[in-house]
Ligand binder design. Structure first.
Ligand SMILES: [Zn+2]
Length: 458
C-alpha cells in the first residue's frame, strides 16, 4: 500500500567506512569526514523515511475511517470501482486452507515449493496480490479422527494424533509467514491486522477448525491461543467432547443436543481469552446455544445461507434473526463460503450465486454482518468466475453493479470482521479486568486425572 521502505533504513548506506578493514591510517581523516557526511545524509534519509512511514499509517487509518463515512466517490465502471474499494479496504478472508495443502501435498516441507510461483490449487502470492488480499485466517485444520482412519471412541476419549497434527499445522503456517515475510505478517490482534495491511502486508491470523483438535482439554485451547490462534471452530464434520456438528449436506443425529457441559465452559473460556468462537460446521442447536451464552461477538468463518441453498452446512433464517447490534441480538459476521456443494445444486455454482448468498444474508441481517470466507485450497471444485484468490475483485464489481456502496463493500471485504475481532478483544479485556479466572473444568470422561469438584456444569 504505502511504499515507506520501512526495512531499508536499517541496512546502512553505501559510503560508510569500516575501521576493521581500513589499514591505511593516512586515509582516516578523509574517511572520517566522509563518514560524518554519510551520517548526516543518513539522518536526513531516516527522518524522511520515518515521516513517510508515519504519514502512510495515518493516511491508512484515515482511509479506513473515511470508508466509514461513505464519502468516497467511486467510478461508474464496476471493475474500476472494485479496484478503488480494494485500494482502501483489501479482502480479509475468514478461511483459507493453504496449510492443509502444504501438509497433504508437500508433507509440510516448506522448501519443496515456492509461494511466489503457482504452487497450490487456489492460493499463491501472485494471485493473492492480483486478488487484492489484505489478510486471511490460515486454517490450521486437521481432519476429524473418523476421517483420518482413527477411532476416538464413542466418548472421544481414545488418543488420536490431533493435537500433534494441529501443532504441525501451526508450525507450517508460521514457517511460511516467516519465509515470505515480505508478503505475510502474523497478526494477533485487530490492530496488528490493520497495521500490517497499512504497510502493504497480508495480515495472517490462525484459526483451528474444530474442537476435536483440542484433545478434550481447555489447557490445550489456552496453549493454542498462546501460539497465536485467534479463532476456533466449535466442530468440524464430527461431534466432539464440546459440541454437536451440523454434518455435511444433511444434519447428523445429535449427541449432546448442541453444546455439551464442557462446550459451554469452552465458549466462556474463549470469551475470556479473546479467541473468536466460530460457528461454521456446527449444528443449529450448537449455534443457537453459543449465541445465547457468548459475551463476545462471533463469526461463521465460512458458511452461506440455507434459504438460498438448503444444506445443513448453511445458516438457517431463525439464526440470522438473532444477529445484529440492537437490543437482544448478538454481533456477528457470516463470512460467505464459496464451496460449490454448499452454494448451489451440482454444476450451478457461479460468482452470481455466491453474490446471491451475500445479498440474502445482508438483507436479513444488515450489510455490517457479512464477510468473505472462501475455503480456497480446502475445496476440490470452485464456482464459475471465482476460480482462485485472484477473483475477489470480480465479486466486488458484481455487488457494486447490484447497488452496494463503497462503504458497504469495505465492510464486506474487511471492516466487518475487524469490528468483530475488536469486540472480542474488548470483552476479553473486560472479563480479565473483572477478575475472570481460567477455567479449570475437566472433561468428565477422563480418568487419567483425579476428577474433583470442578466438573463442567450446565
Ligand atoms: Zn470447513
Amino acid at each position: 500500500m504505502s511504499s515507506n521502505g520501512e526495512r531499508d533504513p536499517l541496512l546502512g548506506l553505501a559510503g560508510e567506512s569500516n575501521l576493521a578493514r581500513d589499514t591505511n591510517l593516512g586515509d582516516l581523516a578523509a574517511k572520517d569526514e566522509k563518514r560524518h557526511r554519510a551520517t548526516k545524509v543518513r539522518a536526513v534519509v531516516y527522518g524522511v523515511l520515518t515521516a513517510a512511514f508515519i504519514a502512510g499509517v495515518i493516511s491508512m487509518a484515515l482511509l479506513w475511517k473515511k470508508m466509514g463515512r461513505d464519502d468516497i466517490v467511486l467510478p461508474k465502471d464496476p471493475q474500476e470501482a472494485a479496484q478503488r474499494v480494494l485500494d482502501i479496504a483489501p479482502v480479509i478472508d475468514g478461511h483459507i486452507d493453504l496449510p492443509e495443502y502444504a501438509r497433504t501435498t508437500y508433507a509440510n516441507n516448506i522448501s519443496a515449493f515456492d509461494l511466489n510461483g503457482v504452487v497450490s490449487k487456489h492460493v499463491d502470492i501472485p494471485r493473492l496480490r492480483k486478488g487484492r488480499v489484505g489478510g486471511f485466517f490460515w486454517s490450521v485444520y486437521t481432519a476429524c479422527p473418523a476421517h483420518a482412519d482413527l477411532d476416538d471412541g464413542e466418548d472421544f476419549i481414545n488418543a488420536t494424533w490431533r493435537v500433534r497434527d494441529t501443532l504441525e499445522q501451526i508450525d507450517v503456517s508460521k514457517l511460511l509467514i516467516e519465509k515470505y515475510s515480505d508478503t505475510f505478517e502474523l497478526a494477533l490482534t485487530s490492530e496488528d491486522a490493520k497495521s500490517a495491511i497499512s504497510r502493504g502486508k497480508i495480515a495472517s491470523m490462525l484459526g483451528v477448525e474444530g474442537a476435536h483438535q483440542l484433545g478434550n482439554s481447555l489447557a490445550v485451547l489456552r496453549q493454542y491461543y498462546d501460539l497465536g490462534v485467534r479463532y476456533a471452530t466449535l466442530t468440524h464434520m464430527c461431534h466432539n467432547a464440546f459440541a454437536d456438528s451440523g454434518g455435511y449436506l444433511v444434519p447428523m443425529e445429535p449427541k449432546w443436543g448442541g453444546l455439551s457441559p464442557l462446550g459451554r465452559v469452552l465458549v466462556k473460556e474463549m470469551n475470556r481469552l479473546g479467541m473468536l468462537v466460530d460457528l461454521s460446521h456446527t449444528s443449529d442447536d450448537t449455534a443457537r446455544q453459543a449465541l445465547e451464552i457468548t459475551k463476545a461477538p462471533l463469526i461463521w468463518s465460512h458458511s452461506s445461507a440455507r434459504s438460498v441453498h438448503n444444506v445443513a452446512r448453511n445458516v438457517p433464517d431463525d439464526i440470522l434473526e438473532k444477529i445484529g447490534t440492537t437490543e437482544g441480538k448478538v454481533d456477528a459476521v457470516i463470512m460467505v463460503n464459496f464451496a460449490p456443494q454448499f452454494v448451489a445444486k451440482p454444476g450451478k455454482a457461479t460468482l452470481h450465486v455466491v453474490a446471491d448468498h451475500i445479498e440474502y444474508l445482508a438483507n436479513r441481517m444488515g450489510k455490517a454482518h457479512v464477510g468473505l470466507g472462501s475455503d480456497y485450497d480446502g475445496i476440490d471444485s470452485v464456482p464459475e468466475g471465482l476460480e482462485d484468490v485472484s477473483k475477489y475483485p470480480d465479486l466486488i464489481a458484481e455487488l457494486y453493479a447490484r447497488g452496494w456502496t463503497g462503504y458497504e463493500l469495505a465492510g464486506l471485504t474487511g471492516r466487518n470482521v475487524l469490528r468483530i475481532m475488536e469486540g472480542a478483544e474488548r470483552v476479553a479485556a473486560e472479563l480479565k479486568a473483572s477478575g475472570a479466572q481460567p477455567a479449570m473444568e475437566l472433561y468428565d470422561k477422563r480418568n487419567d486425572l483425579p476428577q474433583g469438584s470442578l466438573k463442567a456444569e450446565l
